[in-house]
Design a protein around this ligand. Sequence first.
Ligand code: PBG
Length: 326
Amino acid sequence: MSFPQHRPRRLRTTAAIRRLATEHRLDPANLILPVFIREGLSEPAPITSMPGVVQHTTSSLLSAAREAVALGLGGIMLFGIPATRDAVGSAGIDPFGVLNAAIRDVRAVVGDDLVVMSDLCLDEFTDHGHCGVLDAHGEVDNDATLAIYAKMAVSQAAAGAHVVAPSGMMDGQVAVIREALDAAGFTDVSVLAYAAKYASAFYGPFREAVDSQLDGDRRSYQMDPGNRREALHEVELDLAEGADIIMVKPAMSYLDILADVAAMSPVPVAAYQISGEYAMIEAAAANGWIDRRRAIEESVLCIKRAGATMILSYWAAELAGWMREN
Ligand code: PBG
């Protein structure tokens, strides 16, 4: 009962039969475009380690948001880079701070045609670059940080975010954010929880993208890349705390985690193809070592195959354009 009766190649003989038999294909509606907006910028500023990605001005951000709607993307994830930073990340909760202003501006342009998501974390806003505030010993203070996250969540929801996305890996963050949103009347604002977020070297280019001040690393709050079981524990906690969507991050080196989470999660699962994953493919393609378009399409398709319903990718708009061509 094997060869020659069974010839799997039969279903690969023509493009039409391959298309018919394919189990997973990409759809712009499941893609989320991460974008950076920098306060006080007069022209979009290229990010050297992420060729093709920029720090936006308000006007270039709004063009990108309009384009995202036209391309049928699912969502946009906003990251803000403030002009001034302090120890407690005050600009993050300022209703007129760069991120909250951008949420308001984007929402005014896209209405409900695109899901507006905001990064809910302190690292872009603190002068030390950590995702939370520090205690007297210079350690990240989990519980003191939660109180700030609660205020940030309410300020982002008030600005018009459909979804807030806590990415700081503080224990209990989803619960305090859910509670704060509900208390302020934002019961329909969703929480996309970065549940299994690893302390990854692949975040490197993001540090340039947000002009991060971080000296050191995030290993005391982000997960150890050697751990698999722990991801399910993090997911279970976030689900119990009220997460609407669960995220695994990074994506490409963590497809086993993504598959584990997709197998057990009762809510949609998102994956973030991060800055270093983008940079690696762009760099190899720039050297002529791989076929750029095929590598991009394959990388994102495989994240979907592993179990992601939603994928954040810096190529989201370009991918959607290609899908339209196909
Ligand atoms: C934290 C945050 C980071 C990224 C998204 N949110 C940086 C970090 O955790 O160090 C990285 C995204 C990327 O690398 O593309 N606010």
